[in-house]
Ligand binder design. Structure first.
Ligand code: FA5
Length: 352
């Protein structure tokens, strides 16, 4: 019996060691682990059958079975580790000559580029950048800038009114409706209330109008307002600032032309044009042969606006202008349709 058991143990050990030596993958070593050390392990069977032997025999066969088991266990462990390190080396291998993964980086919208250009030019002229809410009270969007409740300009600006909204504004202008601001002029009186002249600011921002959209009209677009208030601010100051800004923005010397116009918040008011950036004023298809490009509205701040902000009438003078950033970007980059800006089309954005 003892001789038979010895042979069985030796044979089991040799077969296991051979199988382990021949294993070529972690899958195979795992299969061998289950065969030799799983629930139905032949080593366990041998150890269990020791109970049929005499004490003397147990003393000899027991250690033999144990050492065979340990030898096989260690061989299996060594083989598994060898295969694992071989696997790691394979998975971590890097082909340094392979072309890299190209990352798709984003791109600034032409509108952001234009806004940054505008801000840079104006801050270099000593202007500050101011901001205000896009959801605005009726007061700051209309009344404060001299557009009373029955004024037709409220219709002209195709306002989005917020339904049943009541202002809880700290300025105690109670029971007003909210509007999506129709122009950046809404920030004028907000700023004036908190500051004492002299000051010069620009207010870039998003505005909203209930427009039937077309190539030059969007319902959501951007304006930037310029506002200068002080003791002796004149139209000459406006002309000088406008000429400096537009010449720098378009990178060439431009002329400014004023035409009389009407906006409730300025007196006198005017539309202003710049000499055509394409032909320099000779006349071409971009300027309909006129030599001029229409830019936007401007004027001397109406005294009613300064009074609405809490200043004394005729204490200060100022100028203001406001125009569309999309329209400016369209002129600079020759974009033919304002709706491209919000299209989300990467082919458009990537061109700038
Ligand atoms: C105003 O909004 C006045 N607040 C401007 C102003 C400020 C005048 C201070 C005087 C003093 P207007 O509605 O014309 O004015 O708009 C100004 C500019 O916004 C236009 O010249 C144009 O460039 C742009 N704009 C107006 N409507 C749209 C639109 N639907 N889509 C794109 N741009 C527009």
């Amino acid at each position: 019996m003892m001789g038979y058991m010895k042979d069985t143990i030796t044979q089991l050990k040799n077969t296991a060691l051979e199988a382990i030596a021949a294993a070529n993958s972690l899958k195979e070593t795992e299969e061998l682990r289950i065969i030799y050390f799983g629930k139905k392990s032949p080593f366990t069977d041998i150890l269990k059958s020791l109970k049929n032997l005499s004490t003397e025999e147990k003393r000899k066969i027991g250690p033999l079975a144990n050492s065979a088991k340990i030898e096989v266990q260690e061989a299996l462990k060594a083989k598994t580790e060898a295969l694992e390190s071989q696997f790691d080396a394979e998975s971590e291998w890097i082909d340094v000559t392979a072309p890299g993964d190209k990352k798709n980086s984003g791109h600034l919208s032409p509108l952001t580029i234009v806004q940054r250009d505008i801000e840079e030019i104006f801050t270099s002229m000593g202007f500050e950048i101011a901001d205000g809410p896009e959801v605005e009270t009726e007061f700051y969007n209309f009344d404060a800038v001299n557009v009373p409740a029955d004024h037709p300009a409220r219709d002209m600006q195709d306002t989005f009114w917020a339904k049943n909204a009541v202002s809880k504004d700290s300025s105690e202008k109670e029971c007003e409706q909210f509007v999506l601001r129709t122009h950046t002029s809404s920030v004028q009186v907000r700023y004036m209330e908190l500051h004492t002249p002299p000051y010069r600011i620009i207010i870039p921002g998003r505005v909203f109008r209930q427009e039937a959209t077309d190539a030059s009209h969007e319902h959501t677009f951007h304006q930037f307002e310029a506002l200068v208030v002080g003791d002796d601010v004149s139209v000459a100051n406006f002309l000088s600032v406008a000429e400096t800004f537009f010449s720098q923005f378009f990178g060439k010397k431009l002329k400014i032309r004023l035409r009389p116009s009407y906006f409730p918040f300025v007196e006198p008011g005017f539309e202003f044009d710049i000499s055509c950036t394409n032909c320099g004023g000779k006349g071409c298809s971009s300027c309909q042969q006129t030599g001029w490009l229409e830019i936007g509205g401007a004027g001397m701040v109406h005294q009613n606006v300064l009074v609405a902000a809490g200043y004394e009438r005729d204490q200060y003078t100022g100028f203001a202008w406001g125009f569309g950033m999309e329209r400016l970007a369209m002129m600079k980059y020759k974009i033919d349709d304002v709706r491209h800006f919000h299209s989300g089309d990467i082919r458009f954005t990537k061109q700038f």
